[in-house]
Write a protein that binds this ligand. Structure first.
Ligand code: XMP
Length: 212
């Protein structure tokens, strides 16, 4: 079954914890990024630990290898089980994240192609394909590919084989859950759940789309 991952981009800590608690039984993982971590601190990971869900740190890490290593160590020390890094940074900088993830028994996902409209300016023309191949070469656990472009996910799948593909862009950005769920290992949904009047009802609909 394709995993369902909540992008918890809620900047009010109390509200974030409330939504996470209500949604957790219906989720496979929770993804945290700059919006919540900058407002609440990295320690929010510890506060979410009792929900017993894997936590993914979406920092889209994109620095030199040594800085990436230091960032990744902070992330895994805080209790995250996965980290997302960019792919255009090259093999040595990707490997810095992959190696730290492996040391902690965690996972590293590489952004191969982003989901927003502007992403096509740089990721298309062979770049996303090159990044996907690099992610495989660096033994990353998987890639991030856009739910907004299922045809691109199919192309990237051919490159990464059985490595995981996690896919944001479902819901608010227009990606269709049932279409992309057939192609990937995990769909990432943010606003369509946490901005819904009833996030649990919204989750149930996305959950059902995975088996449709
Ligand atoms: P929404 O509200 O659009 O949130 O459902 C999507 C979440 O996913 C993140 N995002 C991406 N992360 N590569 C990534 O690594 C991408 O191409 C990408 N597109 C969206 C976004 O920051 C939000 O947390």
């Amino acid at each position: 079954m394709t995993e369902l991952i909540l992008a918890l981009d809620v900047t009010d800590k109390k509200q974030a914890l409330k939504i996470a608690e209500a949604c957790a039984p219906h989720l496979d993982a929770i993804k945290l990024g700059y919006p919540l971590i900058l407002s609440s601190g990295l320690s929010i990971a510890g506060e979410l630990e009792e929900l017993d869900k894997p936590l993914i740190a979406d920092f889209k890490v994109a620095d030199i290898p040594n800085t990436n290593k230091l960032i990744a160590e902070q992330v895994f020390d805080a209790g995250f089980s996965s980290i997302i890094c960019h792919g255009f940074i090259g093999a040595d900088a990707i490997r810095a994240c992959v190696d730290v993830a492996a040391d902690y028994g965690g996972a590293c996902f590489v952004v191969a192609e982003m989901s927003h409209p502007g992403a096509t300016a740089f990721f298309h023309g062979g770049t996303a394909e090159k990044i996907a191949a690099l992610a495989v070469e660096c033994e990353a656990d998987g890639i991030i590919a856009p739910a907004t472009r299922p045809e691109r996910v199919t192309i990237l799948r051919e490159i990464v084989g059985r490595r995981k593909i996690l896919s944001p862009g479902v819901g608010a950005q227009g990606g269709d859950a049932s279409t992309v769920a057939k192609l990937v290992d995990g769909i990432i949904v943010g606003r369509a759940i946490y901005e819904a009047k009833d996030p649990v009802t919204a989750i149930t609909e996305f959950s059902a789309a995975r088996t449709a």
